[in-house]
Design a protein around this ligand. Structure first.
Ligand SMILES: [Mn+2]
Length: 328
């Protein structure tokens, strides 16, 4: 049975003894990232610390835009001079924190993460790839530091877990500890029913129509092994495209017969394309490694990157790379 490894004493004493902290997450923050940042900050504040949260954003998705003001966009000189301890959560590579990577250079950094790919960084690291979410790692930290988990914090911890587990759908056999941790959070007052509403509800009609368009545009390659869809700049005129259709889109495309890999290309600028990667449960295809070879990162079954090339070229490069890997 899996259990979380103990935290290094150096990490615990840094958290206990430092006074000022900056908690940082990855660019284009998702549910696990933001919940991890908030749960980590709450924990440090309960320990009497001064805490700032920072994230390079963007915060333009409607479900997170209200959080923008809670996060610093930059670590300014004054703050840096006070030598805060940097805590990075849910982030596998320094590039993933965007322009903040430069701004924290020289500061002591502790990384808490569950991604298996990426370049190791930070002064201290606690990385558990088997953890379904980073929030479940932070839950262990609450226990190790003996900080009470309130209902509100339990909701953050559950939300990150719900996001990264696809609301329990991506949990494999013999991972009962994950459900036991979730059960603890439910006993602390979390309603999975309400969390599901928070995660999946509240969408605009424009978003649903955008999702429909993306499904309509989907294409199949390599004897059905790969499906992809594309979002273009001109979609911004007709649809609400700041809300990520990814999770629903991936679920739909992965449900097609024979599909092993799903790619989603989003044209961000004329020469900048965001690419999302998923692979099916049955597939051995490692999309995390593929994303990494294009400067991104993630997990074996879910990953992402941004390529500084026009969408058409990005697609061509990825199709070639997948073809080569399928032949290998
Ligand atoms: Mn995560």
């Amino acid at each position: 049975m899996f259990s979380y490894p103990p935290f290094e004493e150096e990490i615990l004493s840094l958290l206990r003894n430092r006074e000022e902290f900056v908690v940082i997450g990855h660019v284009s923050p998702d549910g696990d990232c933001l919940s991890s940042q908030m749960a980590m900050s709450s924990m440090l504040m309960k320990m009497g610390k001064t805490v700032h949260m920072a994230n390079a954003g963007p915060f333009d998705r409607s479900e997170i835009s209200h959080l923008r003001s809670d996060f610093l966009n930059h670590i300014d000189k004054d703050l840096k001079q006070r030598d805060p301890l940097i805590v990075v959560v849910d982030c596998s590579a320094p590039e993933r924190i965007g322009h903040l990577a430069e701004e924290i250079e020289g500061l002591t950094t502790v990384v808490f993460d569950h991604h298996s790919s990426g370049v190791q960084f930070g002064t201290y690291r606690y990385i558990v790839p088997r953890s379904v979410s980073t929030t479940l790692i932070i839950m262990q930290l609450y226990k190790a530091l003996d900080v009470e988990i309130s209902k509100e914090i339990a909701e953050h911890l559950f939300f990150g877990f719900a996001t990264d587990s696809g609301f329990f759908r991506f949990i494999n056999a013999y991972r009962g500890e994950t459900l036991r941790l979730a059960a603890e959070l439910v006993d602390l007052g979390v309603s999975p029913n309400m969390m599901n509403d928070r995660m999946t509800g509240g969408k605009s009609l424009g978003y649903i129509k955008y999702l429909g368009k993306l499904i309509d545009r989907s294409e199949s390659f390599f004897d059905g092994k790969l499906m992809l869809s594309s979002s273009y700049l001109y979609d911004n005129k007709q649809y609400i495209t700041t809300d990520k259709p990814s999770d629903s889109l991936y679920t739909m495309l992965l449900s097609v017969q024979k599909v092993e890999i799903v790619l989603f290309f989003k044209e961000l600028e004329e020469e900048k394309t965001e690419v999302g990667f998923r692979s099916s449960h049955q597939s051995n295809f490692n999309v995390g490694a593929l994303a990494e070879s294009f400067g991104g990162g993630g997990h074996k079954k879910a990953a992402g990157t941004t390529i500084n090339k026009p969408i058409k070229e990005a697609k061509k490069l990825l199709l070639e790379a997948v073809e080569a890997l399928l032949k290998a």
